[in-house]
Design a protein around this ligand. Structure first.
Ligand code: SF4
Length: 217
């Protein structure tokens, strides 16, 4: 593992211009929905948490609308229900950033901070946003476990950590050791994956059960 690159600005500004296509898409969304967040979505949760969850990117009607990761779309329903079940959140998830839900020893971020068209960021956009992910990881002093939701989150996090992909292939339920961290792979909790049976709630819960066991040991 190499030392983590830390960008000069730890969080992107509301008008981050680094990905022109995404900045243009953001501007279109602002024109159509001026009451939505329509900006890079900041990480949610305490930087002193032991668990970090890395998703792909904000969903248009989810985090891009509400401004809180995984809040307001189907993926959030499954994620927050599972976090509540395993003690990584408390309160009641009501799909709104002001629902009072608190994460417990857990933080949620995305590999790409701005909503991409069709939920598909380009490789260059993933690369451009990676320093913000690297900074998120580098500024979590107690971090022990990272849950990677989907292959893109897996790949970009490995790169952020300087881990060679061949040493940690993606697979649902796979666990990779990386110095002080353990990386837990999961299929993304998207509506598509759950509707098609690629990911069942039971499969998803098993990932967080393993994290819970590790952090409680
Ligand atoms: S995806 Fe990341 S790097 Fe690209 S414009 Fe948004 S915040 Fe900036």
């Amino acid at each position: 593992m190499t030392s983590l690159p830390v960008p000069a600005a730890p969080e992107p500004g509301r008008d981050c211009p680094l990905c022109p296509r995404l900045a243009e898409f953001r501007a279109e969304a602002r024109a159509k929905h001026p009451d939505w967040h329509n900006a890079p979505v900041a990480s949610f949760g305490d930087a002193k948490a032991q668990l970090l969850i890395v998703g792909l990117a904000p969903g248009m009607q989810g985090a891009n609308r509400t401004g809180r990761p995984f809040t307001g779309d189907y993926a959030g329903d499954l994620l927050y229900a599972t976090l509540l079940e395993y003690g990584f959140a408390k309160g009641v998830y009501q799909a709104r950033p002001d629902d009072g839900l608190k994460l417990v020893d857990c933080r949620i971020s995305n590999g790409v901070r701005c909503v991409p068209p069709q939920n598909k960021p380009l490789p260059a956009e993933i690369n451009t946003c990676r320093p913000f992910l690297a900074n998120t990881i580098a500024t979590m002093p107690k971090l022990r476990a990272i849950v990677l939701l989907g292959r893109i989150a897996h790949d970009t996090t490995l790169k952020a950590l300087g881990i060679r992909a061949v040493t940690a292939p993606f697979g649902h339920g796979s666990v990779h050791k990386a110095e002080r961290f353990k990386l837990y792979d999961s299929y993304h909790c998207s509506r598509y994956n759950t509707n098609t049976g690629v990911l069942t709630p039971k499969m998803f819960r098993s990932v967080f059960a393993a994290v819970r066991k590790e952090l409680d040991s």
